[in-house]
Design a protein around this ligand. Structure first.
Ligand code: PHE
Length: 354
């Protein structure tokens, strides 16, 4: 007859095994398996505590209980180990399936497109290359000299207020304060191109400019400008009107009417604002244009002083300068109300107008 204690221990071990093998098989996460492991094999775990009663058993009964104990212990350990691998395998598989699900969508969203402003600029470049214009570049960080002074805008002149300027803290580079700035317009290229290229020439500048602006739907601190600098013999306002029409008709369609209005810029004489007939109301007058016309560009005959500053004899040559904002064009062309979209990096919005 075996002892009561042995029977009790045998039953307990068999129960522990049956119960926990089931729990282990059902476990879905590593956390659940860790909990079961602790419950069984932790410091006060149910398996850990079993041998505590061994000394109370007769010696020969020890020979019966020890192998059973080892077998149950091994079975449970093995089952936990196997279930751990199964759970890991399952989660890898799930990740794999998710990755497969996501991939086509991600690829679709990542297809690149040309920024709408760059697209319009490329069109403009092509248009003016056809008329023999070459591209010219001037620095974005430039001196007061090229941005203002040589353009007939002396220091302290009220015309400086036309451009809200961002100055660079230049003293630490040994340059007097106020002498180094972020160019406010591409007109800083006018005298530079005259210095580099012998007239006659047809240059165009498309590049970034900066203003100290409070940004709102119509104003940006970082903006693009397109400028034409044309120096030849015998140019007149008629050439300017022709260029404006050539340009606007090609961008907005042959029906658009173009007009010039007198406007003051210190580096041109006469100076004009170039307006296009509103493409929304066709000149009737609406919320966007007011009176039926949209101001699109500033232009004029290059001032004799500016030609002289560029080393060109104003008696011999005359010049046309003409500049406008490609963002403004893009807003009109794509019917956008807010200029800030362009620099926003908001692909969802930009993609709508690509
Ligand atoms: N540079 C002027 C501006 O930024 C535009 C302009 C260019 C006007 C060329 C006349 C001639 O406002």
């Amino acid at each position: 007859m075996q002892s009561f204690l042995l029977t009790e221990m045998e039953n307990k071990l068999n129960e522990l095994k049956a119960d926990h093998l089931q729990q282990i098989k059902r476990a879905q996460t590593l956390q659940e398996l860790d909990d079961i492991f602790l419950k069984l094999f932790g410091k006060n775990g149910q398996i850990t505590l079993v041998p505590k009663d061994f000394p109370s058993l007769p010696k020969e009964e020890l020979k019966t209980i020890a192998p059973l104990f080892n077998q149950v212990k091994n079975n449970l350990e093995q089952a936990i180990k196997e279930q751990r691998s199964a759970v890991r395998e399952k989660s890898y598989q799930k990740l794999n399936e998710e990755a497969l699900d996501i991939q086509p969508v991600a690829l679709q969203q990542r297809s690149g497109f040309i920024h709408p402003v760059i697209k319009i600029e490329n069109e403009i470049i092509e248009l003016f290359e056809k008329l023999g214009f070459f591209r010219f570049e001037a620095p974005q960080i430039d001196s007061d000299q090229y941005n203002f002074e040589l353009l007939n805008i002396p220091a302290g002149h009220p015309a400086r207020d036309l451009w809200d300027t961002l100055y660079i803290d230049s003293q630490k580079y040994g340059i007097n304060p106020g002498q180094l700035l972020l160019r406010t317009h591409t007109s800083n290229a006018q005298v530079r191109v005259m210095e580099k290229v012998k007239p006659p020439f047809r240059a165009m500048i498309i590049d970034r400019c900066f203003r100290y602006e409070n940004i709102d739907p119509r104003h940006e601190h970082t903006l693009e400008q397109f400028e034409v600098v044309l120096v030849e013999k015998g140019l007149s306002m008629a050439n300017l009107q022709y260029l404006s029409e050539y340009f606007l008709k090609n961008i907005f369609g042959q029906d658009i009417k173009v007009r010039m209005r007198p406007k003051y810029y210190p580096f041109v004489e006469p100076g004009v604002g170039v307006d296009g007939e509103c493409i929304f109301c066709y000149g009737k007058g609406c919320k966007i244009c007011g009176e039926g016309w949209l101001e699109l560009a500033g232009a004029g005959m290059i001032h004799p002083k500016v030609l002289k500053n560029g080393g060109i004899n104003p008696q011999e040559f005359s010049g046309i300068a003409w500049g406008f904002g490609p963002e403004r064009m893009a807003m009109l062309k794509y019917g956008l109300a807010d200029i800030r979209i362009f620099n926003s990096g908001n692909l969802t919005e930009l993609e709508k107008i690509k």
